[in-house]
Design a protein around this ligand. Structure first.
Ligand SMILES: *[C@@H]1O[C@H](CO)[C@@H](O)[C@H](O)[C@H]1NC(C)=O
Ligand SMILES: *[C@@H]1O[C@H](CO)[C@@H](O)[C@H](O)[C@H]1NC(C)=O
Ligand SMILES: *[C@@H]1O[C@H](CO)[C@@H](O)[C@H](O)[C@H]1NC(C)=O
Ligand SMILES: *[C@@H]1O[C@H](CO)[C@@H](O)[C@H](O)[C@H]1NC(C)=O
Ligand SMILES: *[C@@H]1O[C@H](CO)[C@@H](O)[C@H](O)[C@H]1NC(C)=O
Ligand SMILES: *[C@@H]1O[C@H](CO)[C@@H](O)[C@H](O)[C@H]1NC(C)=O
Ligand SMILES: *[C@@H]1O[C@H](CO)[C@@H](O)[C@H](O)[C@H]1NC(C)=O
Ligand SMILES: *[C@@H]1O[C@H](CO)[C@@H](O)[C@H](O)[C@H]1NC(C)=O
Ligand SMILES: *[C@@H]1O[C@H](CO)[C@@H](O)[C@H](O)[C@H]1NC(C)=O
Ligand SMILES: *[C@@H]1O[C@H](CO)[C@@H](O)[C@H](O)[C@H]1NC(C)=O
Ligand SMILES: *[C@@H]1O[C@H](CO)[C@@H](O)[C@H](O)[C@H]1NC(C)=O
Ligand SMILES: *[C@@H]1O[C@H](CO)[C@@H](O)[C@H](O)[C@H]1NC(C)=O
Length: 433
């Protein structure tokens, strides 16, 4: 080895000594600078957390809400949730380049989300829900290519959801509920979201069709699109989301039929699609493949057809409402086997025939609403066996005969509505509506 080589090596070691030592010092002072910039934008700090604790010249890794990486002494996590803070978010936060998690949820942060946050390329979780943030979700968030969780619910964000965020394959949870977001969801929404488990965009002003490509979010468990302005029909392809547990579609402008494929999803526990304009009828083999279904709300639509007797295969069903539709035919006697049922709401349909005595077998039934149909026959005394009924409504039907005394033996009964029928004898009513 020649002398020249030796000198070069020594020089390299010497340079590295300075460079390797100097870089962290410069960078952690960047962190301090950014944190003090963040502090400077806080206008209200009721517990004096930043005021007293975030003191310049003291080691910021000890400041409340800060977690540093051991190796580099760089800010890894910022957690100032529920501290009553008011102010705007300083754009310098985008310089805290080692951040993995930012949680400023449940405060009173106002103003825009700074674009600069998109520089945080190590970020896995961004929690800014329950604030007063306004403006748009930055387009540049599409660069947060390691992010797994984005919580922005309960703010005042407006404008479209930048399509680029649906291009981040690391995403697991996106919750944008309760904002003023407009526009539509991209038709290719799930082409690059192989890990998405939960998407909640409920209570916004989103419109357009529900993208059929949701069927490619194969890990999705929770999908909430409630209270928006979605139109068109529910894509039948959603039926291949084999891990879907909860699907919320209520309060939109959906039309077309309820796809029978949805009832192929054996993991489904909650299906809510109330307040739409869904037509057609319930699939004849409903519940045969969804034994875990607990909530089925399809009220206030335009469903016709009949209640299929296979609905009794929903052995876990607790809450069933098909009210305010145009369902005809009889109430299937098999429904008496639905032992988990607590609410049976069928008001305002076109049901005929008698009230099946088997309903009295459902011991946990608390609310039985059958008003505004065309039910005939007598009130089955067996209903008195049902030991939990608190509210019983059968108003405005064509029920005849006398009220069985067993009804008055239901100790839990608080409301009884039997008016506008053809009952004979004394017809007492208590409760309301
Ligand atoms: C800030 O609070 C932490 C944790 O309570 C404490 O260890 C630290 O000394 C405080 N720093 C200052 C400057 O008050
Ligand atoms: C930090 O962020 C601000 C604003 O985003 C920028 O002007 C500044 O140059 C950044 N860098 C450092 C080292 O503070
Ligand atoms: C979120 O906002 C909605 C609508 O304003 C409100 O009803 C709800 O209570 C809020 N949630 C929380 C946890 O504050
Ligand atoms: C998503 O990524 C693909 C491939 O990287 C790219 O072609 C497309 O333009 C991106 N879409 C958006 C909305 O950023
Ligand atoms: C559902 O179908 C799509 C094609 O439309 C496919 O890409 C996806 O992998 C399927 N999802 C599941 C969970 O099988
Ligand atoms: C959004 O919906 C999902 C279910 O789809 C639920 O788990 C989550 O709690 C909801 N978000 C909020 C803020 O309630
Ligand atoms: C949705 O339906 C409601 C009531 O039918 C209507 O007032 C509203 O204009 C509709 N919105 C869209 C986007 O179609
Ligand atoms: C899903 O449902 C459709 C229509 O009900 C049916 O034709 C299809 O065979 C079902 N697929 C699976 C995998 O069960
Ligand atoms: C309700 O269904 C009956 C058939 O059972 C049909 O004749 C009637 O037009 C429907 N009414 C509405 C409002 O859809
Ligand atoms: C109920 O059904 C009868 C017989 O099918 C039909 O004449 C009537 O229009 C229906 N009532 C409503 C409100 O749709
Ligand atoms: C009950 O039946 C009569 C006669 O079939 C029909 O005119 C009426 O619309 C029905 N009522 C309801 C609430 O469906
Ligand atoms: C269900 O109800 C029917 C009629 O009320 C009765 O004959 C039958 O024994 C009941 N079955 C059970 C399991 O309670």
């Amino acid at each position: 080895m020649g002398n020249i080589t030796m000198i070069v090596i020594l020089l390299a070691v010497y340079c590295c000594f300075w460079a390797c030592a100097a870089i962290p010092i410069i960078s952690s002072s960047t962190d301090e600078f950014a944190l003090l910039a963040f502090k400077a934008k806080i206008t209200k700090d009721p517990y004096n957390i930043l005021q007293k604790n975030w003191t310049e010249g003291t080691p910021f890794c000890n400041w409340i809400g800060i977690t540093c990486s051991h190796r580099h002494q760089r800010v890894k996590a910022l957690d100032l949730s529920s501290k009553g803070l008011k102010g705007t978010i300083a754009k310098e936060v985008g310089n805290l380049s080692f951040l993995i998690s930012v949680d400023i949820s449940n405060n009173n942060f106002q103003g825009n989300i700074p674009d600069e946050l998109s520089h945080l390329r190590r970020l896995r979780g961004l929690y800014m829900q329950l604030n007063e943030l306004s403006g748009q979700i930055p387009e540049s968030f599409g660069f947060l290519n390691r992010i797994q969780e984005l919580f922005l619910y309960n703010n005042s964000l407006s404008g479209p959801i930048p399509p680029a965020i649906f291009n981040i394959s690391s995403f697991q949870v996106i919750d944008l509920m309760y904002n003023f977001l407009r526009g539509s969801l991209p038709m290719d929404i799930c082409h690059n979201l192989p890990n998405l488990e939960s998407l909640n965009v409920s209570f916004n002003q989103l419109g357009g069709q529900i993208p059929a490509s949701f069927s490619r979010c194969s890990e999705i468990k929770f999908l909430a699109l409630m209270s928006n302005e979605f139109t068109g029909s529910i894509p039948g392809k959603l039926g291949n989301l084999s891990k879907l547990e909860q699907l919320y579609l209520s309060r939109n402008n959906l039309t077309g039929e309820l796809p029978s494929t949805i009832f192929n999803i054996s993991s489904l526990t909650i299906l809510e699609a109330a307040y739409n304009r869904i037509s057609g009828s319930l699939p004849h083999d409903i519940c045969k493949k969804t034994p875990r279904l607990e909530i089925l709300y399809i009220f206030a639509n335009q469903l016709g057809g009949q209640i299929p007797s296979s609905i009794s295969a929903c052995r876990s069903l607790k809450y069933l409402s098909l009210a305010y539709n145009n369902i005809s035919g009889v109430i299937p006697a098999e429904m008496g086997n639905m032992s988990a049922l607590q609410l049976l709401h069928l008001i305002s349909n076109n049901l005929t025939g008698g009230i099946p005595p088997q309903i009295g077998n459902i011991t946990g039934l608390q609310k039985l609403y059958l008003s505004e149909n065309n039910l005939t026959g007598e009130i089955p005394p067996e209903l008195g066996q049902s030991s939990s009924i608190g509210k019983l409504y059968m108003k405005n039907n064509k029920i005849t005969g006398e009220i069985p005394p067993s009804i008055f033996n239901i100790s839990t009964l608080r409301e009884l509505g039997l008016s506008e029928n053809q009952l004979s004898g004394n017809v007492p009513s208590f409760g309301e509506s």
